[in-house]
Ligand binder design. Sequence first.
Ligand code: AMP
Length: 434
Amino acid sequence: MTTLKAVRGTRDLLPPETVLWNRIEETARRVFARYNFGEIRTPIFEDTFLFARSVGEETDIVSKEMYTWEDRARAQSEKTQSLTLRPENTAGVVRAYIEHKLGETGQLQKLYYIGPQFRRERPQKGRYRQFFQIGAEVIGPPSSGSESPLRDAEVLEMLATLLDELGITGWTLHLNSVGSAADRARYNEALRAALVPVAPRMCADCQRRAVTNPLRVLDCKVPEDQPIIESLPRIADSLDQDSVFHFAAVTAALDAAGVPYTRNHRLVRGLDYYTRTTFEFTHGGLGAQNALLGGGRYDGLSEAIGGPKAPGIGFALGLDRLVLTLQAQEGNPDSAAQQAMDAYIAPLGETVNAAALALARELRRGGLSVELGDGSFRIKKSFEAANRTARRIVILGEDELQSGILTVKDFSTGIQTKVPRAELAALLARPAGE
Ligand code: AMP
């Protein structure tokens, strides 16, 4: 039989690397809580229609990257349904916002999520078919202040704090405004017209985008196309007064808070639902896939999928890329990153195995971390295993069982002591060497 492997573009994450993943997730949860965000968990698959309507039919994600299948009907009365593994999480969160009528509370909803997303992209370093995102959305009826530029600035300030707290240095915040839906439409047409004479000189992708989705031309990385793209009209020139003021208020708040950013006129983002503020944090150490996170405002999204007016802003951070950045900065965690256990119990002979489990249970239920050896091990092997995993070894033989006095060795000092069973837990709880 051929050996089975994880599917292309998917990966197993093993310890000790998972220590780093957990550290990032815990830091994110801690920081989000400080800003009054609560966790939302939405299903991993949704009706395909949700993504087609929100992300947009013409985007790369919907047109070629989704894992979609026709779900079989279980009964004759049931119809088949087209389902899709979520390629991103904002659509699911906004669907849940509508479904649970969260807008009727009148309150601003601050929701975060952590979980896998799926896109059939060409796998490479930093780009996977199953990848993980940490994201958050701030959404609510206009009366909740959801349209305020202060919300945009607060989200950006929170992200800067999160990256700082994770110890990620050297990030850049790219900021732009794509204006209202009407501004965008106007700009799209200006771009389409400007592309007509120059598109034939551009790459094949750009020639196609010039017709189907002109905004995407701005994402092109082909060096020869760059001077042409720089000469195209800028979206900043198509913004209406409200969008201009909105953007100015976002940058003023960032300046006041001391969050650095650069204006990037080409940042229009890949999804259809963005309006006004768009942003991306990049990191030089990541190479070609240099976006750590991206996001923006999506004031019309709820209505586009049949909900009430509910302006919002959100972001999604690539967990895989955060891990890569931290690994490049500080190396992979070694096994020592996993906390040493408080004790290793070494049963001397298989006849005391059962008693050893009972002792381990007692200690573990008392809050200690305990690794359990096996009575079939020679004493040398037990000591080696114990030394690798724990601060102390507890020897449990027939004699110890009878007398109730156990032998404990502290690996940091090499000192071996005899302890009555009643005092064992207190001794093991002490730091090594004490
Ligand atoms: P997007 O939803 O495309 O704006 O992506 C938000 C963030 O998710 C990006 O900035 C990346 O960090 C991460 N990301 C997107 N696609 C992938 C992928 N295929 N593999 C790994 N990370 C990804």
